[in-house]
Design a protein around this ligand. Sequence first.
Ligand code: CP3
Length: 342
Amino acid sequence: MRQNQDQMSSLLSALSGHRPERLPVWFMRQAGRSLPEYRAIREGTTILEACLMPELAAEITLQPVRRHKVDAAIFFSDIMTPLVLAGVEVEIHSGVGPVIDKPVRTAADVDRIVRHSLIETSAITEAVRIVTAELGDATPLIGFAGAPFTLAAYLVEGRGSRDHLAARAMMHADPQAWHRLLEWAADLSGQFLDVQVAAGARVVQLFDSWAGALTRADYVEYVAPHSARVLAAVEGKVPRIHFGTGTRHLLPDMAACGVEAMGIDYRTPLDEAADLLPGLPLQGNIDPALLAAGWPALAAHARDVVDRGRAAPAHVVNLGHGVPPTTDPGVLTDLVALLHEL
Ligand code: CP3
């Protein structure tokens, strides 16, 4: 039994509640602008174009695995990809994020957008197949999708925002339209996850990056059922991780959406998260700011995160949000090596 656990990928072992000999580690946004090889290969294509070019998306997915020796690949795509595949007009502007020219503000807007459905997913299937063939059994590929609230935050607002006022107003002004919009977004994200899993992804992560802006009552009534719908799409197929930022007040409700592990942002120490989520493997939560704070500070912080992580039944080491684009990639490589020795 012990031997089987050790032969299994350390990530899959931790997600099934065990403590493998080496701590599994991967980084949100490990592929991307911090890597010179990414900047070189992406030149001349927009990010959303790159997401639909299978050879390119596969190569970008593999770059950080080769360089940093992380224990998982995360599929190179974006939470906006299923919207693109459904024919919704969306762009990603550098330094800004997703931009939607015609934001969804009224019930009529919702009625129009819900007519879009996923049509052609073969680019995703092909990219995942290339990646998983290259990775073999040792290193799993993590598939992902955006949670309905985070998608709606962009669709209703038209772009990223601090308070998500327009989206939060809509859920109260027209709950019926809101639920129609989120149910539609949930189906797109659920299908996006399912396509990745069918093609070989062995773990999924649902990103509800902006859920922390919600009160607990609003989360439970207007958002959680839809996130549960996404996660149900791959229930029993692969382990599911759920992540958001600023979500300390929501952690038990996010876990109740149906997960095998919870991602914790850098604001909540893992021992405190473990008290809120008894029995659940935790993922996180090195503060991305520490990547630029010098090695002694980073190493001490990483050790503290690992110590606090012992309060959970199992721990997948990650950052508490994505890799900042200005990060020195050498620091990430050194961090992986340190974590593997602990
Ligand atoms: O390595 C990985 O983590 C996999 C790839 C990945 C991307 N986006 C590629 C990407 C993942 C998992 C995402 C998810 C994503 N996209 C989220 C959830 C995670 C989070 O960070 O909270 C969100 C909110 C988005 C929407 C989005 N796309 C934003 C806010 C941005 C940044 C815009 C900017 O320039 O600052 C993007 C663009 C994007 N998606 C980049 C990458 C590598 C950077 C742009 C580029 O390389 O041109």
